[in-house]
Design a protein around this ligand. Structure first.
Ligand SMILES: NC(=O)c1ccc[n+]([C@@H]2O[C@H](COP(=O)([O-])OP(=O)(O)OC[C@H]3O[C@@H](n4cnc5c(N)ncnc54)[C@H](O)[C@@H]3O)[C@@H](O)[C@H]2O)c1
Length: 471
């Protein structure tokens, strides 16, 4: 009985949906709720990517390979995942992309910005992630995606420099030029909707300052060329001013600032970030919740990486590394909650190292040494050696974020919220509303994502209580 009451209460949050005795939703789904229907994914979706490096090119080449039937979208929840609806006995588990109206891959069109002049074919060949034979098959398409001139500041990414850079008297001028780019891409591509996906290099660490506190102070700072405004923030400002959602795949603050939240809400342009959760941190957010679930203690966790791509080179600079380190370190503290469990996690030592080692290219190796303890304090060790491929893990995340951020923009229930916390699943350092701690446990994040979709569609949320099966 308790289940039914609880279900009915939860589902009541999604208006005009009745929950029957069986717990199935009846009546109209919430796509016709008080806040209006999710708009259909009609027409082309323009994907704009600052940073046409390894991740961006692996994503775009991958989409084209899948469209041509040359490969499968492995790793993409939106393309391969399902959502269970109703009771376990109902047998309803549609594919996620059939359950909610997502843009189809054929409708995606692309543009990007980079400090280098290489088109997507050349950039993908340089990145060395995908097989050259595959890239050659995709060449006619990939060579049409050429980079627009970037907004760049060498002080924020010390290890690289390039010729394809915009010039302007002030950062406000540069923002205006980006806004022109956005409008012109929309016109020439015929896209009905747009989304910006930051795949640029990791910028040097900075903390939020006065300039980032409101739209007013930020615009003043743009006009005064304030050094606290990083290039990624100029892209974010330009996108949000154009009402375009912005997702941040790097650990730099970018949209994780009061000014961006204000703009996002004002212009109904969703924001999310930060830092794609791909290799080592993915493993960490799977293993740490398991230790906590079984009340196993942790003395120390030492993580080290070797990687040899351009991202690795950029992270060789202490400023960029600090940004990444902050993002990687925050995970354990939040999952293990040493305040609540001082005997188990009060003394844990957590260290993260990233070493640039050119011979490995994009094929990173991440080692973890984990010192845990169990019953009566007896120590044990776990070693993880993940021989992964950075961009192969990141590309499906980019695809999902593009499609789900576009869904958010078309959903009256989501588009005015600002931060899309339900997309935490994809990030190492998920953005949350001020005052909230982020949810890092991968499986809680997945439940949050799927329950958000159920909620949008007026389906019963799944709590996994399951008492009704034994009534
Ligand atoms: N698994 C992963 O690959 C992974 C995981 C988490 C986060 N990330 C982050 O994603 C980002 C991209 O990674 P990558 O491996 O593709 O790196 P990359 O070095 O291959 O590509 C980054 C590109 O951004 C360009 N760039 C730098 N500043 C720019 C600017 N202001 N405007 C336009 N272009 C700019 C660079 O020229 C480069 O081509 C990095 O910040 C990385 O830390 C990657």
């Amino acid at each position: 009985m308790a289940t039914r009451n609880k279900s009915a209460k939860t589902a009541a949050k999604a208006p005009r949906v009745e929950v029957t005795r069986e717990g199935k939703s009846a009546g109209k789904p919430s796509s016709s709720t008080h806040s209006g229907a999710i708009q259909p994914a009609k027409g082309k979706l323009g994907v704009m990517i600052p940073g046409m490096g390894a991740v961006a090119t692996t994503f775009v080449a991958g989409v084209e390979a899948i469209r041509k039937g040359l490969a499968k979208p492995i790793g993409s929840l939106t393309q391969m995942g399902t959502v269970r609806l109703g009771k376990r006995t109902d047998g309803r588990s549609p594919k996620l992309k059939e359950f909610v109206p997502l843009a189809g891959l054929d409708d995606l069109v692309f543009t990007g910005w980079d400090i280098f002049e290489d088109n997507m074919y050349e950039a993908a060949s340089n990145a060395g992630v995908l097989d050259q034979r595959l890239l050659d098959q995709l060449k006619p398409f990939l060579s049409t995606v050429t980079p627009r001139a970037a907004v760049f500041d060498h002080n924020y990414v010390k290890k690289i420099d390039g010729p394809n850079v915009k010039k302007g008297k002030t950062k406000m001028d540069l923002a205006e030029q980006l806004r022109d780019d956005i409008r012109s891409f929309k016109k020439t591509s015929g896209a009905t909707r747009l989304i910006t996906m930051w795949c640029g290099s990791t910028e040097s660490f900075i903390a939020a300052s006065e300039a980032h506190q409101s739209v007013k102070s930020f615009e003043k700072a743009l006009r005064e060329n304030d050094e606290m405004i990083a290039p990624s923030m100029v892209y974010a400002y330009a996108s949000l001013m154009e009402g375009v959602p912005f997702a941040n795949g790097a650990p730099n603050l970018t949209v994780d600032l009061p000014v961006m939240l204000e703009l996002s809400r004002q212009n109904e342009a969703p924001i999310c970030g930060k830092d794609f959760k791909t290799g080592q941190t993915l493993m960490k957010t799977v293993l740490a919740p398991a230790f906590k679930a079984r009340m196993l203690g942790l003395n120390g966790w030492f993580s080290t990486n070797i990687l040899g791509n351009r991202d690795g080179e950029v992270l060789d600079d202490p400023g960029s590394f600090k940004t990444k380190e902050e993002s990687k370190l925050s995970v354990l503290e939040h999952i293990l909650q040493p305040d609540l469990y001082p005997e188990l996690y009060g003394n844990m030592y957590h260290k993260v190292r990233i070493n640039y080692y050119p011979p490995r290219g994009d094929n990173k190796e991440g080692w973890d040494n984990i010192d845990i303890f169990g019953w009566l304090g007896y120590p044990m060790q776990i070693k993880v050696d993940f021989l992964c491929r950075d961009s192969i893990l990141a590309a499906p995340i980019v695809l999902d974020l593009v499609l789900l951020m576009d869904l958010a923009k078309r959903s009256p229930q989501l588009r005015g919220l600002g931060i899309q916390e339900w997309l935490s699943f994809y990030f190492k350092s998920p953005m949350t509303a001020p005052g909230l701690y982020p949810e890092h446990d991968l499986f809680i994040q997945l439940m949050k994502l799927k329950n958000t979709l159920r909620h949008l569609k007026g389906e019963e949320l799944i709590t996994h209580l399951g008492l009704e099966y034994y009534d």
